[in-house]
Design a protein around this ligand. Sequence first.
Ligand code: DAH
Length: 371
Amino acid sequence: MTTELDAMEVDLLARVAASEDTAALEAVRLEALGKTGVISALLKSLGSMSPDERRVQGPLINGLRDRVAGAIAARKAELEAAELDAKLAAGKLDLSLPAPPRRRGVVHPTMQVMDEMIAIFAEMGFALAEGPDIEDDFHNFTALNFPPRHPAREMHDTFFFPPNADGERKVLRTHTSPVQVRTMQRTNTPPAAPWIPGGQEPPIRIISPGRTYRCDSDATHTPMFHQLEGLVIDRNIHMGHLKWTLDQFIARFFELDGVVTRFRPHHFPFTEPSAEMDVQCDTSGGEVKIGVGTEWSEIVGCGMVHPNVLRNCGIDPDEWQGFAFGFGVDRLGRLKYGMPDLRDMFSSDVRWLAHYGFSAFAAPNPASGLS
Ligand code: DAH
């Protein structure tokens, strides 16, 4: 029996070594260790042996099985490596195939529009100022001449924080106008943060873009939106300067000559007189066309800074005057680029962004065109 097993082992190991590919090796494996293989038959025969016989034959047969199985596994690894090498050596890389498309990020239209606005106003000599999103009552309302019972001070219009220990309720700023106050106030205390203006002597010429918040949500309102505030304080400033500045801006922003605008009387607590400026448009075709048609779209609130606001900020209204304006940035973007629903702007749908977004390399500058 031993010699028989030895002969079987020599034969099987020789055939394993001689297998030229994985298919040939698999044939040898089935012949030895498959269901009807020779070693499997020997293992089965152990069951019908006497215990004494099994004690002798068991280790011999199992040893044979282990050595043959080990040799097959080793040869298999060898053959697979060789087959992979051969495949790699034979394979060719087709460089003419197009590369799979890469997902690329885009600039959100609101940010693009803000950059466009900043570029235009920067060219007119406006400096950039910023303020905090979480404001106090003084900067958001009181300094801006809001009377105590003004509707904007109501819970249903404005997001208030719970009162702090002193009973003070902070707000999410409802407009960018508090930055006017922060800019005009010349306190000797250092600014609360490096990006909060510490105050400036007149003359002042600033714009302030940023986020604003109100309890509002429909196709033309979102609870968070963006405004861009402008403030000019100087001597002998009048409504003519305001109108010229806004008309210049509108023509450049929409890249249209002779866009017709109109000034409509309005009321803001912080300006007197106050106005809203509308731009001529046509929405009859389902999309907004600027500069044609018989409709008007409101784009900016503005006016001459109220003497009370100047006083509240420590500026003498008999010496200094000024104008201010506040644009809705998202609304301007919607008019220029034709988005149907303002809420889509902030739903973070990548398909919407891919459609309306801008290339990061298309940074707006007035010399090369804005959009
Ligand atoms: N703060 C106003 C608003 O949120 C917009 C505005 C109107 C800003 C007139 C101004 C201004 O500076 O003069 O509706």
